[in-house]
Design a protein around this ligand. Structure first.
Ligand SMILES: Nc1ncnc2c1ncn2[C@@H]1O[C@H](COP(=O)(O)OP(=O)(O)OP(=O)(O)O)[C@@H](O)[C@H]1O
Ligand SMILES: [Mg+2]
Length: 245
């Protein structure tokens, strides 16, 4: 097994009386893709947001390559937000700027690359997401699936080590879902580790090395997709059945 790149230790998080996370322990290894499943409102998005400090945990520790990051200030978190990229549920493109500017944005923000270097890097990303030559299009010219892929290209452009996907295929038709999944597969082949939050169990099984189920604030299941499918655990069985509805 590869070395651990991300470790969550005994994470607790409440909003008022709503105890969302009640002792979450989870490790992610280099290059591994982990599917994070669970009913609506179980705290999947809050967990992803906590990893990059958009949400602050109440108790526990988050370690990136052995270094504690949950207690860092916003400034000190910036380099980790480059190493751990977060791909928003909505794609979150800027509507008023074109595809090139959307993908290039983190490079302008965080690097001193020349314009030509940025142009080449964006062209390379567009090739990867199968939108070669589409620099000038506006987000409104793109299908939902294309917008998601552009959002993923932006999330990838600073060469992160981990990518956190929050429901990247939600709301997509089957063809666009397949396009997004195949892009995720390509990124996985490049050695990128990921946490894939989804309600789409077949996609998680297809893509992930490990499946984790969040239930009542804890990890109720953590094993291979094969074991997940064959599980006799009543929580897992109930979850699989309800997800088919
Ligand atoms: N900023 C916040 N303030 C108060 N409560 C919040 C906040 N963010 C999330 N919650 C609550 O925390 C719980 C978990 O939310 P979260 O968005 O993580 O669920 P989820 O598992 O991602 O659900 P879904 O599958 O529907 O996206 C919900 O009850 C939600 O209402
Ligand atoms: Mg969510």
């Amino acid at each position: 097994m590869n070395e651990v790149i991300l470790e969550l230790k005994d994470i607790h998080k409440s909003f008022g009386k709503n105890n969302i996370h009640r002792g979450i322990n989870l490790t992610l290894h280099k290059g591994e893709s982990l599917g994070l499943l669970g009913g609506s409102g179980t705290g999947k998005s809050v967990l992803l947001r906590s990893v990059i400090g958009l949400e602050r945990i109440d108790k526990g520790e988050i370690l990136f390559s052995g270094e504690r990051i949950d207690n860092l200030s916003e400034n000190l978190l910036t380099p980790y937000r480059i190493k751990i990229s977060y791909s928003f549920q909505s794609g979150a493109l800027f509507d008023s700027i074109n595809v090139f500017e959307n993908i290039a944005y983190p490079l302008f923000e965080h690097t001193k690359f020349s314009y030509n270097q940025i142009r080449d890097k964006v062209a390379e990303m567009l090739k990867l997401i199968d939108l070669e030559g589409k620099e000038e299009l506006m987000p409104s010219d793109l299908s939902g699936g294309m917008q998601k892929r552009v959002g993923m290209a932006r999330a990838m452009i600073l060469n992160p080590e981990i990518i956190l996907y929050d429901e990247p295929t939600a709301g997509l038709d089957p063809a666009n879902t397949l396009n997004v999944i195949s892009l995720m597969q390509k990124l996985k082949q490049k050695g990128l580790a990921s946490i894939f939050v989804t309600h789409d169990i077949p996609s998680a099984i297809m893509l992930c090395d490990r499946i984790v189920v969040l239930h009542e604030g804890k990890i109720a299941f953590n094993d291979t997709p094969q074991k997940f499918q064959a599980s006799e655990d009543p929580i897992v069985k109930k979850f699989i059945t309800s997800a088919k509805d």
